[in-house]
Each structure stands twice: as C-alpha cells, then as structure tokens.
Unconditional design. Structure first.
Length: 245
C-alpha cells in the first residue's frame, strides 16, 4: 500500500467536534495524520468523530479545551504532548458567529467573538510554534472567512475577528518561512454547518453557484495546505464565487 502523505504527523484541529472541524479531522486522519480532536462543549460529538476515524483505521484523540482561555490552552498542549507528541499541523478552526443587528452589538459580544475567534488562534499558535521551529517543519492553517473580504452577513465583530486572523497569518508566514513552517488561511462561505443552519438571513441564493458549500470542500483545501510546502502567506477562497480575487 502506498504511504499516506501525512503518516507520522500530528494534527491538532481546534473546534473539531462538528462542522468544518470534524470534516477536517476525518480528512487529515485519512491522509495518515494522528489527529487531536479539540472540542469545547460537544464531548459526545467529539468522541463520535474519534470513533469514526478509528473505524477507518485512523488514529485520533478527543481533548476538551476552551481555546480562548490561556490556561486551558496550556493544559491542552500538556495533554497533547503526553498522548501523541508535538503538533506538526495546526488548524485554527474554532469559532463562533453571534449574529446581531450591528448597532445592538455590545462590548461583551465584541470581546466574546474576538477572544474566541482571534485570541484563540494566537494562543494555540504560540504554544505550537516552538516545537515546529525546533523540528524545522510546521503547517499553520487558519480558518478565516469571506466576511473578512466582503463584510459578510454576521456583523462587524465577526468580520473584524476574521480579518484579524488574516493579519496574524501574514505575520506568521513571513516570520516562520525560514524555519520550514508555512502559514495560510482559508476563507470559506457559506458552508452547510450549524453556523449557517442557525442563521435565517443566510440562503444559497447569496452564492453565485446557488448552493451551500460542503464541509468536505473546505477539508480538501486544508489537506492541500497541509501537504504543500511552498504555498505560504495565502488566503484560499472556498466560496462558490461569492468573492473573487
Ligand atoms: P460550527 O458548526 O458552529 O462549529 C464550531 C466549532 O467550534 C464546534 O466544534 C465548537 O465546539 C468549536 N468551538 C467554539 N468555541 C470554542 C472554544 N472556545 N474552544 C474550543 N472550541 C470551540 O461552525 P463551523 O461552521 O464548522 O465553523 C468552523 C470555523 O469556520 C469557524 O471559525 C467559522 O467562523 C469558520 N467559518 C465558517 C463558515 C461557514 O459557512 N460555516 C464560513 C466562514 C468561516 P463545541 O461544539 O464542542 O462547543
């Protein structure tokens, strides 16, 4: 049997209990990676993802952590190291929407969304990067959003968090390239997950293709970025033509 491209690699996917994260976890495991399925509240769902990977002869572990909390991230990495070793591939995927009319967004809403979507990626990346630098290999893949490019439909708090992720990625891409580490973002819209299903303002009519995207279509782009060593500092759009660059 041909060796799989990610055999021997450890992939941590934040927010992998459902939606895009679950599909990314399954896809990276199918490519041979040992996968850490991070979750916040969805223990059962995360364990189901791990079971599905095991049924396909893959390796996966579920680890609970609120990745917006610095102490929880520290504990997450202690557990990852104890169970599977250092992280080679980091997918910053965990995120929340909190759709609201923009004049009703409170400071609490702003802080919750910025901390969950943007600060989390900083915390988890800071924890993963030192061992990537020591090995001379790493892939940091960050799930931004078309909202960063168009303004989107959720609100300025969400848009700012997703645009911040692109800036964070650009910084890592330039600082880390010499260490064999690539950093890239994916900007999806509108992918059929709970985030979209729970937002009545969102319909497939918004998309030139007149359909929602599927989580697998984002996971395919993550696999490309995980296996390619020369794509660096890019934002890959997976959006059915909603934003063209
Ligand atoms: P989803 O179905 O709502 O899933 C969100 C995931 O994030 C869940 O696994 C959730 O974990 C996890 N999560 C939330 N807060 C967390 C925290 N503090 N710590 C750890 N995990 C946390 O959303 P999705 O559509 O798959 O979205 C995934 C990412 O893609 C998000 O960053 C989102 O902004 C981005 N995105 C999605 C779309 C889209 O069209 N769906 C478009 C652009 C960008 P629990 O369930 O365990 O709490």
């Amino acid at each position: 049997m041909e060796a799989q491209p990610l055999t021997g690699k450890v992939a941590l996917i934040t927010g992998a209990s459902r939606g895009l994260g679950a599909s990314i976890a399954l896809t990276l495991a199918q490519a041979g990676a040992t996968v850490v399925v991070n979750y916040h509240s969805g223990q059962e769902a995360a364990e189901a993802v791990v079971r599905e990977i095991a049924q396909q002869q893959g390796k996966a572990f579920a680890i609970q952590a609120d990745v917006s909390d610095a102490q929880a991230v520290e504990q997450l990495f202690q557990q990852v190291r104890a169970q599977v070793g250092e992280v080679d591939i980091l997918v910053n995927n965990a995120g929340i929407g909190v759709p609201k009319p923009f004049l009703e967004i409170t400071l609490d809403d702003w802080q919750k969304v910025l901390t969950t979507n943007l600060t989390s990626a900083f915390l988890v990346s800071q924890a993963a990067i030192p061992s990537m630098m020591a090995k001379g290999f790493g892939r940091i893949i960050t799930i931004s959003s078309t909202a960063a490019q168009t303004g989107g439909v959720i609100g300025p708090h969400y848009t700012a968090s997703k645009a911040g992720l692109i800036g964070l990625m650009h910084s890592y891409a330039s600082l880390l390239a010499q260490h064999g580490i690539t950093a890239n973002a994916i900007a999806p819209a509108l992918i059929e997950t709970d985030m979209i299903r729970n937002n009545p303002k969102v319909t497939p009519d918004l998309i030139p293709m007149k359909r929602f995207g599927q989580p697998q279509e984002v996971a395919d782009a993550v696999l490309l970025l995980a296996t390619n060593g020369y794509i660096n500092g890019q934002t890959i759009n997976v959006n059915g033509g909603l934003y063209m660059s």
